[in-house]
Design a protein. Structure first.
Length: 129
């Protein structure tokens, strides 16, 4: 049996041969999201903070397609380009992912797609129906 994969118009179109999310054994594995607006495909303006909020909103919209929410997230992975954005990343992550917060890995990256300042992916539990 093939695992369900979903691509949605509620998040920016993937720029490669992959779906927004793949569901396997009750877990949603969400592809990395950057601060692009789903309607325009363009980066949101306002710098790191606005891009990170948009990237998390994109995750949220993708999770909704499989019946999950940010509270179902058990792990995130965050890549960001500027080490000076670490405090802002921690603050926004803590604001958007409420207790119990997911496990997290974060690290600096030399570059991200088309000059993105931050990218986040996650693994979430898919509630059984």
């Amino acid at each position: 049996m093939t695992d369900p994969t979903i691509t949605t118009t509620a998040a920016p179109e993937p720029r490669g041969p992959y779906p927004h999310v793949r569901v396997h054994e009750g877990l949603a594995w969400v592809t990395g999201q950057i601060g692009r607006d789903a309607a325009t495909g363009d980066f949101v303006s306002g710098g790191f903070e606005m891009e990170f909020h948009q990237a998390i909103t994109n995750l949220e919209n993708i999770l909704a397609e499989v019946g999950s929410t940010l509270t179902d997230v058990i792990r995130t992975e965050v890549q960001f380009v500027d080490e000076g954005d670490l405090d802002a990343m921690n603050a926004i992550h803590g604001e958007r992912f409420l207790p119990p917060q997911p496990a997290r890995t974060s690290y600096g990256a030399a570059f991200l797609w088309k000059g993105a300042k931050v990218q986040i992916s996650c693994v979430a539990v898919v509630p059984s129906s």
